[in-house]
Write a new protein. Structure first.
Length: 116
């Protein structure tokens, strides 16, 4: 049974989230949260934290987005013969300011590439 309240969207490859300065690819996003993928995070992220969202091609930067870790998993790399494990993290947005909500809506409008 689907528990999500908000429709999820795939995100263009040039959108990144930063956790403690470590870049993560934003796999998908909704008004309620996002899924990140990383091969560089060595330590597990904290259960609650603030992250930054960045899109270089759009000069978009949203700082200190409060999130709560709700899921974690590992997926094999899509590169043939690679031993790299892709770490996936599901985050739920915390209490956003009105400005953060507005900027997040802008991000979704400009950077999604279809429903997830």
């Amino acid at each position: 049974m689907e528990r999500r309240r908000h429709k999820r969207f795939n995100v263009s490859e040039n959108a990144l989230a930063f956790i403690s300065n470590a870049p993560c690819m934003i796999h998908d996003i909704s008004e309620g949260g996002m899924m990140l993928q990383s091969v560089v995070l060595e330590d597990e992220p904290a259960d609650t934290l603030k992250l930054d969202i960045f899109v270089g091609s759009d000069n978009f930067y949203l700082q200190d987005v409060p999130v709560r870790l709700v899921s974690r998993s590992r997926r094999p790399s899509t590169v043939p013969f690679s031993v790299v494990q892709v770490k996936c993290y599901g985050f739920k947005f915390g209490e956003l300011t009105e400005q953060q909500k507005s900027r997040l809506d802008y991000f979704i409008a400009r950077n999604v590439i279809g429903e997830a």
